[in-house]
Design a binder for this molecule. Sequence first.
Ligand SMILES: [Fe+2]
Length: 163
Amino acid sequence: MNSDSDLQIAGDILEVPHLLQPPREHPSTVSEFVGLARSIAADRSQWEHLVQYDATSRWYHRLRTGPGYEVWLLSWVPGQGSGLHDHGRSSGVLTVLEGALTERTERDTRALGAGSQRVFAPGYIHEVVNDSLEPAVSLHVYYPGLTEMPMHSAQCAPAVVTA
Ligand SMILES: [Fe+2]
């Protein structure tokens, strides 16, 4: 081969070590956090035995921590909801592991079945409710870890008209 050719200059990709690094131990991008949540969702042995259902108060369990992020497991009995809140300066990934949840924002309401994922940035305001008749389990990745969850008044909830 002619050593002056473009092919020779481009080289063999297998000899370029920086392109072949193994997956990072800890996620640091949105897609990596989404991937982390998907991998935990797919491996029930990581969370199934930890889940508890509490009808009197919200149940949550910190499943994992890493540099700059936390992973929480939450359960929702029918009718339980978060109330309208934001996440302080945290971004997050919400993944439904089991059952179904309903997410309400100022703009819309969406049904989240098992496997559904929502990614949100700091300042995102929502309410999550289990409107179904079965318990639900969800996984929440926060980056940075959640230090506050300010509650909002229900100004964007639909008005309830009573007689
Ligand atoms: Fe939230």
